[in-house]
Design a protein around this ligand. Structure first.
Ligand code: R5P
Length: 300
């Protein structure tokens, strides 16, 4: 079946790279906001029949960016799916490299919602056939999908990138217990005997304030602090400070999704990171690791 790729407004660079890897044309969208704030989106085509009967791949990340927030990005995603469905696509494959709301998978305070589950439920209910995301914060939410749903692992790509930077005598550090299994798997890409350590982190569920503690033996080591998301940079900066106090030589701040909100870059570099490394699930200046090839491997 002929494939068509629609590149969403939040995944322009990654989308075009994926189209090139697949050897197919990338179709863009036209987006704007109505005066009342509602989103508008159309697939940028003049002839709707080119969609009918085709396998349509939609790529759209849903992170916040300078010109739109994650709610608008989700709306654009829903609109793209709805549009190609209406035009008669035979198969709809949705790729959302960074999935917004995935951190809202659990209830911490009475009256909250598990909105990560709801987002997946909505995407699934629009009538898609396959769903792909990358290093989603809570893989459990994918269970809400009745269609095929895959969580792609970017760890090998990130590790390969760090190796090219000349890191040696590596220790992988997880900033909290929740990330320990992921950090263990990550460490394996640097070698079977690369140690993994963890700090103790707690977050005040009302204020969001982070507390972290731990003294590790990192003297003279190159430390890779790995997390799935860097948002405000609070978690990463606190872990970096502790790693410095524990004697780390070089520190690499690594995250699949480096949202880098507000002063995050400043906080992380000021805390003592030598480099911030992220993937192009989010388009920004630290997106040095491209997900294009690994996503294409799944789409082929
Ligand atoms: C939380 O469990 C996540 O894995 C990240 O550690 C967190 O989202 C990072 O947020 P921030 O950069 O705002 O501390």
């Amino acid at each position: 079946m002929e494939k068509i790729l629609i590149v969403g407004p939040a995944s322009q660079i990654l989308g075009v790279k994926i189209a090139k890897e697949l050897g197919i044309e990338a179709i863009n969208t036209e987006v704007k906001k109505f005066p009342d704030g509602e989103n508008y989106l159309r697939i940028n085509i003049e002839d709707e029949t080119i969609i009918a009967g085709k396998e349509v791949i939609i790529i759209q990340s849903t992170g916040p960016s300078s010109n739109n927030n994650q709610n608008a990005r989700l709306m654009e995603l829903f609109m793209m799916i709805n549009s190609v469905k209406r035009m008669g696509a035979s198969k709809i494959i949705v790729v959302v490299p960074y999935l917004a709301y995935a951190r809202q998978d659990k209830i911490f305070r009475p009256g909250e919602t598990q909105f990560g589950h709801v987002i997946i439920h909505i995407i699934n209910s629009l009538g898609i056939d396959e769903f792909y995301t990358v290093d989603v914060h809570a893989p459990v939410i994918l269970e809400k999908c009745s269609c095929k749903a895959i969580n792609i692992d970017s760890m090998k790509l990130l590790a390969d990138n760090i190796k090219t930077l000349g890191a040696e005598d590596i220790v992988v550090v997880s900033p909290d217990k929740g990330g320990i299994e992921r950090s263990k798997a990550f460490a394996k890409y640097f070698g079977e005997s690369v140690p993994v350590d963890v700090f103790e982190k707690s977050r005040d569920v009302k204020t969001g304030e982070i507390k972290m503690s731990g003294k590790l033996s990192l003297k003279g080591k190159d430390v890779v602090i790995a997390d799935d998301i860097i948002a405000t940079g609070g978690t990463m900066a606190t872990a970096i400070k502790l790693a410095r106090e524990s004697g780390a030589k070089r520190i690499y701040a690594v995250a699949t999704h480096a949202l880098l909100l507000d002063q995050a870059k400043y906080r992380i570099l000021k805390a003592g990171a030598d480099k911030i490394i992220g993937t192009d699930s989010i388009d920004n200046e630290v997106s040095t690791v491209s997900l294009a090839k690994i996503i294409v491997d799944y789409l082929k």
